[in-house]
Design a protein around this ligand. Structure first.
Ligand code: 6GU
Length: 234
């Protein structure tokens, strides 16, 4: 079972994201375990300080080594940890293949970045993977950790009701998902495409594939090109 340990200076931010819907149910069904650790609990000075001024001067504070080191040591406690992830805007862009891989792990730790970042020596010696969730800056790594955890947990077998539904996600086959519709078939003249009402399953499958391809070409030419290049190589 995948265990996810998250180290943060703002544990409250991470309460709600895992308390609802699919992730909440995964926790209830014990398909995964998520633990939130407060970095301040691993300080040893009376001010519980987790940050300090940067060597060489400059604006902003830097996350100190000792509390992070102590937290990592206490959490891993000799057991095998697959990845120690640090969330940071200068990390590797998070993608569906990374989520797929992480969902196959036994134990991951996510350290939420804060302030101007963390002492580089932790990155050099204790972090195995640095992940960004996009090219914009968040005020802290907590929301990124929540995004990563959500994307990973929903892929764990048994978490989604319909076992096949993660396979039809946008990105899972390199294409955007086709449009979906539900009742009524006609809302004030806004109509559901006839093919979906036809009962012709192979026609429907073909329509969905065409829609996926058209959408991808139009909205994400970068993804489309990647898929064409990939097919050329095979
Ligand atoms: Cl992982 N952290 C922060 N602070 N900002 C981000 C990010 C992470 N990913 C994109 N922006």
């Amino acid at each position: 079972m995948l265990k996810i340990d998250i180290i943060t200076v703002f544990p409250e931010i991470l309460e709600s994201p895992f308390s609802h819907s699919i992730i909440h149910r995964a926790l209830e069904k014990k398909l995964t375990e998520i633990r939130i650790y407060n970095l301040r609990d691993f300080t040893s000075d009376r001010y519980k300080s987790v940050d300090d001024y940067p060597y060489g001067g400059g604006a902003g504070m830097v996350m100190k080594i000792e509390p992070v080191y102590k937290a990592l040591k206490s959490i891993s406690n000799g057991v095998n940890v697959n990845e120690v992830i640090y969330t940071t805007p200068d990390g590797e862009p998070f993608t569906q293949p990374i989520a797929n891989y992480l969902s196959t792990c036994q134990h991951i730790i996510i350290l939420c970045g804060h302030y101007k970042g963390i002492d580089q020596r932790i990155r050099d010696h204790a972090i195995t993977r640095e992940i960004s969730i996009g090219d914009y800056v968040l005020s802290g790594g907590e929301l990124a950790a929540a995004v990563i955890t959500d994307a990973v947990v929903r892929l764990i077998p048994g978490v989604l009701g319909d076992e096949t539904s993660a396979l039809t996600d946008t990105f899972q086959d390199g294409l955007l998902a086709p449009p979906v519709y539900t009742r009524p078939a006609n809302f004030n003249g806004w109509k559901v495409p006839d093919i979906l009402l036809s009962g012709d399953q192979s026609g429907i499958d073909q329509w969905r594939m065409e829609q996926s391809m058209e959408k991808t070409k139009k909205l994400r030419p970068d993804l489309w090109k990647k898929m064409e290049d990939h097919e050329d190589r095979e």
